[in-house]
Structure formats: C-alpha cells, structure tokens
Design a protein around this ligand. Structure first.
Ligand code: UD1
Length: 370
C-alpha cells in the first residue's frame, strides 16, 4: 500500500535520490528542509528535487514547521543534519543544535503525532576506529588512533608496535565517538530507537558508509571526499589527500543507499535494529583519487599527499554487511567504475567552484590539521 513519507533534510543529496525511489514505487513524498547555504548556495528549491515532492522550507528545530510537516504522514526518514566531521570540531554549537536538538524536536512532535515507522540516517562515525586484527590474529575493538607513528606510518599499532589490519566492522562493535558529528549521530540513533519503542512506533537506524554519486554538493568543501576531489579536478587541481592516502573506506553509491532506506521502511524485522550500509568493497582514499582523476579525463592530476591528518578523522573503517543482507535483504548493486563515470559526467554539467582551499584554511587556522 502506498505511504506518505516525510523526509527531513530531503532536499539534500541522499534525500533527493530517496524521494525519487519512493515516488517510483508509488509513495507520496513530503520534504522538510531549511536549504542551508553551505549545501544549497542559492537557497532555492533544487532542480534535482523531483517536481512531485511537496517541499516545506523550514528548520527541523522549529516545532511549528515539524508539526506541519508531520500532518498525514505514515513514515519518517530523518536525514536533516550538518554533515562535516572536521567542521563539527569547531562549529560545535551549530552541529549540536541541528543534529542533537533537531532530532529532539522531531521526536517531541512525534510523541503526540506518532507515525508507523521512523528510519534515521546514522553513520559509521559511531564506531570511531573500525575493528582491527593484530598480526597474531587477535581482534581489537577498542583501537584509538594516536597521531603519526614515530616511523612516519599512520596505521594504529598493537602493544608490540606492529601495525594492525582493518577487518569488517559488525554492528556489535562498541562505539568510539571521536567527533562532535559522531556524537550527534549517536544521539539521533539512540533517540530514534528509544522513543519509537516507547511510543509504539517502529524504528531503525542505518549506519551509512561514504555515500557518493551525482548530486553530492560540490559547493560543500567540508564533506564527501569524492565531491571535494571532483571540484578540485574540474578546476584543474590535483586531489589533496590527507595522511598518506592509505586510509580505507567503503564508498557506497547513493542509489544503493536509497534502496537500503526503502528496505528499512518496509521490513518488519528492521524494527529496533541498526544496520551497516556500504558497498562491500573497501578502497584507499588515494586509490579513489587516482581513479576519479582518470574517470574525469585528467589522469595527469596525481594526488597530492598532505602528510597531515584532519581532526576527528578515523584511520580505517570498513563495514560487515551480513546483518543488512540477512535481515533487510540488502545487497549493493552499483558498480564503482560505472559510478565514477556517471559522477564525472554529472560534474561536467555543473559549475564546480573549488572551495576546498578555504575549508582547509579554516581547519589549519584552528590547528585541526596536523
Ligand atoms: C565522515 C563520517 C561518516 C559521515 C561522513 C559524512 C567518520 C569516520 N565518518 O566520513 O560517518 O557519514 O563523514 O559527513 O567520521 N579526505 C582527503 N581529502 C579531502 C577530504 C577528505 O583525503 O580533501 C579524506 C579524509 O581525511 C578521510 C576520507 O577522505 O580519510 C573521507 O573523508 P569524508 O568524505 O569527509 O568522509 P569521512 O570522514 O570518511
């Protein structure tokens, strides 16, 4: 049966793809979004937001706007958030207000206006460092990265000074909140699971890995490394890679992320659960920088290795996707090479203003790149 779904923050990158996927299967979609300047430079309705979506321009911290947005809604996807890890380490009040208090206002209104189900976008950042294995095969789940090792390497070391290897991180790993952003995502996740249960709604959280794809804000230099690299490459600049570029992530196409939300909105067994969502393929940041420059026709722009780390960043984290597969039936479908080609084609149609230098200055000024 068709549902009416409210997507908070739905004018953003993930929200627009999700809105389209919901419309395609016959649901009605309403979006509540404040169109912040960092993501929406003109503050206008984005052309890529499907025209059948009802847009309410408003802030998730504004009770009246939330109340209006909830009228007649069956299910909610909560995406509204500030999303830069490095930026969260100095814009503390703003991140805490939007991410923590914003979720609180949403749930305050949901108590009197309950829906069937709430799915929140949580994040791999909840884990801090992912799960590691020592050379002796022991698993370590409480790894805390120091700075750079005395020999110049970056991988976390065991007690005997030997580098450890990242292994897929399951949902059962404890949290290790390393940034204000991660703290906010944890709060959003816990509010969702605690209050949906208390008030008779179903609730789930998707811990997303690094989403990429067409539509990711090229104007926002604070997050989304592929969008950041894309604006540099489009402006003839080499991608600037933090640390030694060997940090590992899982890049998941935004259409796979949208599919994961559809599954979580439907599956009865998703209630009360958290799920890792990624592609199942791990890559180093340097590798993706090279692949992306090649996909954009500029293989000559070889990555510039900064040799410095960004505050709040973790070294490695890759997902164990067994639970998402087993409970939701989730499996990523998009191919990475095709995804990069599609992204390159989309970027070629945009005017990419490279604001990365500005963003790095902001971090450096505050001693947050070292
Ligand atoms: C973070 C969060 C993730 C969140 C996402 C969206 C963590 C561990 N992860 O991902 O949960 O959903 O942000 O905000 O907190 N990099 C460069 N050069 C650049 C920019 C980034 O080398 O110009 C590197 C970063 O140092 C990092 C990687 O690329 O190692 C990915 O960065 P980014 O896209 O910002 O996402 P994460 O920090 O991994």
């Amino acid at each position: 049966m068709a549902d009416t779904v409210l997507i908070t923050g739905g004018a953003g990158f993930i929200g627009r793809h999700l809105a389209q996927a919901l419309l395609d299967r016959g649901d009605q979609v309403r979006v509540l979004d404040s169109l912040i300047e960092q993501v929406h430079p003109t503050r206008e309705r984005p052309a890529e937001l499907a025209s059948d979506v009802e847009l309410i321009t408003g802030d998730v911290r504004d009770e009246a706007a939330v109340l209006r947005a909830l009228k007649g809604v069956d299910k909610v996807v909560h995406l509204a958030a500030e999303v830069g890890v490095g930026q969260s380490m100095y814009a503390v009040a703003r991140y805490t207000s939007v991410n923590d208090y914003g979720a609180a206002v949403l749930f305050q209104q949901l108590i009197d206006n309950p829906v069937e189900r709430v799915v929140v976008a949580s994040s791999m950042s909840i884990y801090g460092e992912g799960l590691y294995r020592t050379r002796d095969g022991e698993l370590r789940e409480d790894v805390v990265r120091g700075g750079r090792n005395p020999d110049g390497s970056w991988d976390p070391l065991d007690e005997r000074g030997r580098p450890m290897l990242p292994v897929p991180t399951p949902e059962t790993k404890g949290n290790g909140l390393k940034s204000v952003y991660a703290i906010g995502k944890f709060v959003q996740e816990r509010l969702t699971l605690t209050l949906t249960k208390q008030y008779g709604m179903a609730g789930s959280a998707l811990r997303l890995w690094n989403a990429y794809g067409p539509g990711q804000a090229l104007s926002n230099p604070y997050t989304g490394v592929l969008a950041i690299f894309a604006s540099r490459i489009a402006n003839g600049q080499a991608p600037m890679v933090f640390e030694d570029g060997q940090q590992r992530r899982d890049f998941v196409h935004v259409r796979d992320v949208a599919r994961a939300f559809l599954l979580a909105l439907d599956a009865a067994a998703a209630d009360g659960e958290v799920f890792n969502i990624g592609s199942g393929e791990e890559r180093t940041v340097e590798e993706v920088a090279r692949l992306q420059a090649a996909a954009m026709g500029r293989p000559d722009l070889t990555p510039e290795i900064a040799g410095k780390a960004r505050a709040g960043d973790i070294r490695h984290c890759i997902p164990d996707l067994a639970k998402a597969q087993g409970v939701l039936g989730y499996r990523a479908r998009e191919d990475f090479a095709d995804g990069l080609a599609e992204l390159a084609e989309w970027v070629a149609r945009q005017e990419a203003e490279d604001r990365g230098v500005e963003a790095r200055k902001e971090l450096e000024m505050r001693g947050l790149v070292a």
